[in-house]
Design a protein around this ligand. Structure first.
Ligand SMILES: Cc1cc2nc3c(=O)[nH]c(=O)nc-3n(C[C@H](O)[C@H](O)[C@H](O)COP(=O)(O)O)c2cc1C
Length: 370
């Protein structure tokens, strides 16, 4: 509670600065703080002490709780320790591309506080896979780490598979799972990879490479596909079909939306980019629900989009998600959001009388369909 009040005090200052400046300032200060002895213990005392264990097993991996950090906040694996100390059950880092690239011109991230939303067109600004791995190696893995991979902007879509394979090979041994991002709206042509022929070729190539890498390194690293919310029902069904056919390990639903539904007269709504946060909430939950109806629990779903509290997270779980992730909610609510969600989910587990969260969710799903 004290941390929430503190964040409420700090937020006007952070929001007074341009969004990206405030992001860098916050994480630079956090990085400096972590150079002090005992900094991690202070953070854990604030955020993870008395955090109830809410273990879930998904993709063959054990997570201490189902609430993860969504991709894009720590694109370069620079802040693994502080982020883990917020209490996240997993961190998805990246998107990282084979070669470094600067991303789009600034400004490229906008806050829409009245809607608890962001619009961004970052464009995969990142240090490239080599430096990313060096950063990660310095920090270790305090919780399961997903590495989200993408293609470089200057790689034509016809040759995208080469970039994904190069990134997959580079990150394979460093990841607990790998997320394949074909759904950012800010890299021209990227979303075309969600079309049937392109996706079929990509999934086949990735699965073949995964099998080769698993043999070489003696460890199977699951691969998840991250999809857009802006897909019609037939495309969702087709993607689910391909995921099942190629035995992909999970689907992450969803990335940001290019729609502007619910923004009304918001002056920033004309900004190009992906919209995240509250306006995305229902849309992404609907995609999860539809996906789940096709996948029938055979392939796990990681639900992301507009989660602000335990109720939102629960809704996504009941719609079909096995894990959830947060990005924009963290910006608006501060790091205490993780604890709030975990506590709220724990209360629901207790109220359900089930032995574990997965059973409680399955029970809640069956009550809806009955
Ligand atoms: C500023 C910003 C940058 C993002 N960058 C990435 C990215 O690099 N890769 C990716 O897969 N998703 C990226 N995302 C999308 C988030 O991971 C997430 O899917 C989306 O924001 C919906 O969740 P939210 O409403 O909790 O933010 C980004 C989102 C934001 C707001």
């Amino acid at each position: 509670m004290a941390t929430r009040a503190l964040y409420r005090l700090l937020r006007p200052l952070l929001f007074w600065l341009p969004a990206e400046t405030s992001h860098h300032l916050t994480f630079t200060l956090l990085g400096l703080f972590y150079r002090l002895p005992g900094a991690g213990s202070v953070m854990r005392a604030l955020f993870t002490r008395r955090l109830p264990a809410l273990p879930v097993t998904v993709m063959g991996l054990r997570f201490l709780n189902p609430v993860g950090l969504a991709a894009g906040l720590d694109k370069n694996a620079g802040y693994v320790r502080p982020l883990a100390d917020f209490g996240f059950g997993h961190l998805e880092l990246g998107t990282v591309t084979p070669r470094p690239q600067p991303g789009n011109l600034k400004p490229r991230m906008f806050r829409l506080p009245r809607h608890a939303a962001l619009i961004n067109r970052m464009g995969f600004n990142n240090v490239g896979v080599e430096k990313f791995i060096a950063n990660l190696a310095k920090q270790g893995k305090p919780c399961p780490i997903g590495i989200n991979i993408g293609k470089n902007r200057d790689t034509p879509v016809e040759r995208a598979v080469e970039d994904y394979l190069a990134a997959l090979r580079a990150v394979y041994v460093h990841a607990d799972y790998i997320a394949v991002n074909i759904s950012s709206p800010n890299t021209p042509g990227l979303r075309d990879l969600q079309k049937q022929e392109n996706l079929e070729e990509l999934l086949r190539a990735l699965k073949a490479e995964q099998a080769a890498l698993a043999g070489k390194h003696g460890r199977y690293v699951p691969i998840a596909l991250k999809i857009a919310p802006d897909l019609d029902d037939s495309r969702i069904a087709a993607i689910a079909g391909l995921v099942l056919e190629h035995k992909f390990d999970a689907v992450i639903a969803t990335n940001t939306t290019i729609t502007r539904t619910g923004l009304g007269q918001e002056p920033l709504s004309h900004q190009t980019g992906g919209l995240s946060g509250r306006p995305l909430k229902r849309l992404s939950t609907e995609v999860i629900r539809k996906l789940h109806s096709h996948l029938q629990g055979k392939v796990p779903i990681i639900g992301v989009g507009g989660i602000e509290n335990a109720e939102d997270a629960w809704e996504k779980l009941v719609a079909g998600a096995d894990l959830v992730q947060v990005y924009t909610g963290l910006i608006y609510e501060g790091p205490g959001i993780v604890r709030n969600i975990v506590h709220g989910l724990f209360e629901r587990l207790r109220a359900s009388g089930s032995g574990n969260l997965s059973d409680a969710v399955v029970r809640a799903r069956s009550q809806i369909t009955r």
